[in-house]
Design a protein around this ligand. Structure first.
Ligand code: SF4
Length: 110
């Protein structure tokens, strides 16, 4: 390897490159935060499915032997995670639903 001292241009280029690498995690975090926003109840899909973040505000009819009052996102087949206040849902890609939410597509988790 060369023993020559780094010239000024090369040193500046290296600083720029390292600065750019340092910015990557920040950009990645911003993208993740944007992708994991809660579903808005005014989102057209949410309106169509009557999604609410608080299931007690929904008119939930009994389904497949499960009382309406016992239907929540946390016990729905479409919810992606087993824990957490906000979780992914197969019907709302890139968004989060409240564990105590509900929509008309609710199906009992196996
Ligand atoms: S499909 Fe299930 S988990 Fe998704 S919003 Fe509707 S009730 Fe909640």
């Amino acid at each position: 390897m060369s023993e020559k001292p780094m010239n000024k241009t090369r040193r500046s280029s290296l600083k720029l490159m390292l600065g750019g690498l340092a910015a990557i995690p920040v950009v990645a975090q911003v993208r993740v935060a944007h992708a994991d926003e809660p579903v808005s109840e005014t989102d057209p899909m949410a309106v169509a499915l009557k999604y609410v973040a608080d299931a007690t505000k929904a008119d939930r009819a009994d389904k497949a032997g499960v009382a309406g009052a016992d239907q929540f996102c946390h016990n729905c087949m479409q919810v992606k995670a087993d824990s957490g206040e906000w979780r992914g849902c197969n019907l709302f890609p890139g968004k989060l639903v409240n564990e105590n939410g509900w929509c008309s597509a609710w199906v009992k988790k196996a």
